[in-house]
Design a protein around this ligand. Structure first.
Ligand SMILES: Nc1ncnc2c1ncn2[C@@H]1O[C@H](COP(=O)(O)OP(=O)(O)OP(=O)(O)O)[C@@H](O)[C@H]1O
Length: 318
């Protein structure tokens, strides 16, 4: 059962994350606010190829994507009307995967002509046997690897066409990532770990600190702000990792086996946390072998087998 006080804290956090309604007037299902005015207009590509002109070192050039534009009035009354929790979710696509293939060396394809659309507000669990292509799919979406065929669009940006520099910048600005083994920096305090994404983005210190403190508070780990990650339990460390992932208000939260290294109680806490974040509008894609995580958190579950979509189901209860 979810704790009411924690629910309230999470709600307080995420309500400030999603302040630009996609469907005006629906009161739910929001996308992150515009970070910069849409000038000059984003043309759909940043640097189409690695030999394209690059920004000088240290330049921070925020993306302006279709997701940053002011929300148009909703044209379908039904899409703006609160009906059930399932129906009032935002339906604008955050991820569009078109006929994506990936082949490593001479082996069988890790992904074989996969197509998938994920709407804003969904919590998608990616299941499948070992070697079925789950991590490969996650890497394609994060722009950490490129497909050998097809296209991957995330928050309106063709991530498979970005240079490495532009891809890293895109991840910083639009994607939060949570890993099985937390990937926290042990030499930095909890607060400094959470501040890191904002520092990389060049956010002002005071604003970044306020946000980090708010996140730690809302995720129930504020008392550990000055501690080093090594002194925290696995569940607490994963909360810190989630706070860090949320720092830059990502359009998409990617989680790779987020409960894979946790004991039963900590795993249940992290499942609850992810479900609550999604309840408040955060789009999540998680790769997992943890069926309990898929059942408690996902609004939709897909299963990969041999790099193909073998199952695609929406949850009846979330
Ligand atoms: N860097 C790589 N070089 C060569 N082959 C790779 C590489 N990464 C993945 N593969 C292969 O691609 C296929 C899919 O791997 P992937 O890691 O995506 O599967 P997975 O479903 O995430 O597996 P697991 O559940 O064990 O993590 C496998 O056959 C794997 O051996």
């Amino acid at each position: 059962m979810r704790s009411t006080s924690r629910n309230a804290r999470i709600r307080a956090t995420t309500s400030s994350l999603f302040t630009a309604p996609v469907c005006q007037g629906d009161g739910r299902g929001h996308i992150p606010p515009a970070k910069v005015p849409p000038e000059p207009a984003y043309t759909g590509r940043v640097h189409p190829r690695d030999d394209a002109p690059r920004d000088p070192p240290g330049t921070v050039r925020p993306f302006v994507t279709p997701g940053d534009a002011p929300a148009p009035p909703c044209s379908l009354a039904s899409a703006c009307t609160e009906t059930t929790a399932q129906e009032d979710r935002v339906t604008a696509p955050i991820i569009e995967i078109r006929d994506v293939s990936k082949r490593y060396d001479d082996g069988p394809p890790a992904l074989a002509g996969l197509s998938l659309t994920v709407a804003a507000g969904e919590a998608l669990a990616v299941l499948g046997p070992s070697g079925s292509g789950k991590s490969t799919l996650l890497n394609m979406i994060a722009g950490l690897d490129r497909p050998t065929g097809g296209g991957v669009t995330v928050a309106g940006v063709r991530v498979d066409e970005l240079t490495e520099t532009a891809s890293a910048r895109f991840r910083r600005e639009r994607i939060g990532m949570v890993f099985q083994f937390f990937n926290l920096l042990d030499d930095l305090t909890v607060l400094d770990n959470v501040l890191l994404p904002a520092q990389l983005l060049g956010t002002g210190r005071a604003a970044a600190r306020d946000r980090a403190v708010e996140l730690l508070d809302n995720l129930g780990i504020d008392r550990h702000a000055r501690a080093y990650p090594g002194r925290l339990s696995g569940g607490e460390r994963q909360r810190v990792a989630v706070a860090r992932a949320l720092m830059n208000r990502p359009a998409l939260l990617l989680a790779d086996e987020p409960t894979g290294a946790l004991d039963t109680a900590s795993g249940a806490e992290v499942r609850e946390l992810l479900a609550e974040l999604n309840d408040d509008g955060q789009t999540i894609l998680l790769v997992t072998h943890d069926l309990a995580l898929a059942e408690s958190c996902a609004t939709r579950t897909i299963e990969l087998v041999d790099g193909r979509l073998a199952r695609d189901e929406r949850a009846a209860t979330r």
